[in-house]
Design a protein around this ligand. Structure first.
Ligand SMILES: [Zn+2]
Length: 136
C-alpha cells in the first residue's frame, strides 16, 4: 500500500456531550411531539411546516425522526443521524456531574467522579496515564 507523505492518524479526544434522541412520540403533528421538539430547541421549518429543524453554528439543519440532538462542549447544538451517533458515541457511565470530592478517583491520572464501572471503562478506553504503565 502506498503511504502518503505527511498523513498521520488521529482519533477524537474523549469529550462528554449531552444528547437527546428526537422522535415522533404521537405522530409528526402530535401535541406530544411538538412539545418535545420545542423542549429540545427544534423549530418548524418556515416553508414546509411538517419539517423540524434546529439552528446550529453552521445554519439551520433539518431534524428527522430518530435523529439525536447533541449539545456540544461549548453549548452548541447540532443534529446527528442515529447510525453515525451509534458509531461515534457511547454512554459516559458517570452517575453524576463529578465534583473533586465525589466518586472514585483514577489512581493513574487523577480524574474523578467515576463509579466502579465507570473507572473500569475509563482505564480500558481513555486513560492515557494508565496506558503508559503497560507495554502495548
Ligand atoms: Zn485515568
Amino acid at each position: 500500500m502506498n503511504r502518503i507523505e505527511g498523513v498521520k492518524k488521529f482519533r477524537k479526544k474523549p469529550v462528554v456531550i449531552e444528547a437527546t434522541q428526537f422522535s415522533y412520540i404521537d405522530g409528526i403533528d402530535g401535541k406530544k411531539t411538538i412539545k418535545f421538539a420545542e423542549s429540545i430547541g427544534l423549530s418548524r421549518n418556515k416553508g414546509y411546516s411538517k419539517l423540524w429543524e434546529i439552528e446550529t453554528l453552521e445554519g439551520w439543519h433539518i431534524v428527522s425522526n430518530g435523529d439525536w440532538i447533541i449539545t456540544g462542549v461549548k453549548g452548541e447544538k447540532y443534529p446527528c443521524k442515529p447510525d453515525i451517533f451509534e458509531t461515534t458515541y457511547e454512554p459516559a457511565h458517570q452517575l453524576f456531574e463529578p465534583r473533586p470530592d465525589e466518586g472514585i478517583f483514577c489512581p493513574y491520572c487523577g480524574d474523578y467522579g467515576f463509579d466502579k464501572e465507570g473507572l473500569k471503562y475509563h482505564l480500558t478506553n481513555y486513560c492515557e496515564a494508565y496506558r503508559g504503565t503497560k507495554d502495548v
